[in-house]
Design a binder for this molecule. Sequence first.
Ligand code: ASP
Ligand code: MG
Length: 403
Amino acid sequence: MLIVQKFGGTSVGDLDRISSVATRVAKTKKEGNDVIVVVSAMSGETNKLVGYAEHFSSNPARAEMDMLLSSGERVTASLLSIALNELGYPATSMTGRKAGILTDSLHTKARIEEIDPSVMKDSLKEGKIIVVAGFQGVNENGDVTTLGRGGSDLSAVAIAGAVGADLCEIYTDVSGIYTTDPRIEPKAKKLDKISYEEMLELASLGAKVLQNRSVELAKKLNVNLVTRTSFSDEAGTLITKEENIMEKPLVSGIALDKNQARISLMGVADRPGIASEVFTKLANSDVNVDMIIQNKAHDGTTNIDFTVPLSDLNDAKEVVAVFFKNNDISTESYNDKICKVSIVGVGMKSHAGVAAKAFSTLASQNININMISTSEIKLSMIIDEQYAQLAVRSLHDAYELDK
Ligand code: ASP
Ligand code: MG
């Protein structure tokens, strides 16, 4: 097999950790695989470099920041390559440029435009292990670029796609994706497999493991992703195409999002175009609206309720204030003590009763549901924040996710 193994900052956090990564990579090679390794900077290193720059300037040139920050990954890549050679496994380290990673010129948050894998392929043919410095590429002028913080996951997925790897393993200090956050429900279980779509909907459960951007790219390039820990031999979670998952569970996981706020507009003028005006203005202010409910009131006006991320609440309030002033809205209220509980599973597509079970589960706990929204593989409910843990736990039980 051709395997891409990516090691994050804590996995290469000190020299001992780099040694044990070398041992793991060597073992993978010994088992008969071709291996491309992608590394992050040692943990804390990128922040340290940012701090150095800030010593001189509060607004350093972005191109210079890319020169600076890309060095962290080069340190790890060369050290790991030295360690592998010492173990008797021929290895060679590569910068993003040598690995053929071409990006646009948006310094410090560049996008990969193309990968020319020919140099990597030649080295693989020579039997070498390749160690690529993650998080970086070059633009068409040959200037170094970086892919945005946490971007070495993206390097790994993009490389895996470009070389047609059988597997892209992302190693962190977390052992995989769980049915829910184990800090909320200790009975949470690690999933063996999950589809890209489910993973994207359960983003909050993977937040510490994988960037959503990387999952999206893996889906687009059809890369089989595995998230696992470098601190033990425990198997991780495979993120793959839905077709590759034979036994589809009804529900795969339950996500909780506490960073939600609800805005209620009452006495909204009931005329064509008002919703368009309100939500266009919100969009123009970069407010990310999630759920929306509109009801007719008795007096011929309507009520519109919607949710936004907590961080957008102040911007949303400013937009709404304008409509209030113009008498298009009679009263407004805000509630930031809410949360969103979401149940995600591809099995929902083909099975009835998933939603009914969620509602009756919350009802039996006396938890009131304020808002509901559904998509093909997700059911989300807005409830009072104080019931967050109770809701997650009772739903986890109801769908027998601990079994
Ligand atoms: N070293 C970079 C960062 O800390 C990239 C990465 O670790 O993925 O953001
Ligand atoms: Mg990282």
